[in-house]
Design a protein. Structure first.
Length: 116
């Protein structure tokens, strides 16, 4: 899956932030924190693991997979930082305002330019 597309999926940012903050969590803990069903969380976690942004560790093995632990990887931390950079960029985006009906003025980094 395309990493940019993955980062745009619902719950990805929240999961990366949660795992960064908590270190490691199980599926039910993640689902509870997100307020979603386990199957929803599981699908997103699988995509994150396939992309290398998180790891899945089996905590207990009794002939079946009893409990998984999810952890963020260094690449997941970098992806989390990508969100922060996006938020900073949004703050710098050109804002169009109408001043006294004279047309649009672009404001960028504290500078303005009148649009004719």
């Amino acid at each position: 899956m395309n990493i940019i597309k993955l980062l745009g999926k619902k719950h990805v940012k929240e999961i990366l932030n949660l795992l960064y903050k908590e270190g490691e969590l199980g599926l039910q803990e993640i689902a509870d924190e997100l307020g979603v069903h386990r199957s929803t969380a599981s699908l997103v976690l699988k995509d994150l693991a396939d992309a290398g942004l998180i790891t899945i560790e089996i905590l207990d093995w009794k002939g079946k997979m009893d409990k998984f632990c999810y952890k963020i990887t260094i690449y997941g931390i970098e992806a989390r930082d990508f969100y922060k950079q996006g938020e900073k960029l949004e703050e710098k985006i050109v804002v169009n305002i109408n001043i006294n009906g004279s047309g649009n003025t672009n404001i960028y980094n504290g500078h303005s330019k009148n649009k004719e």
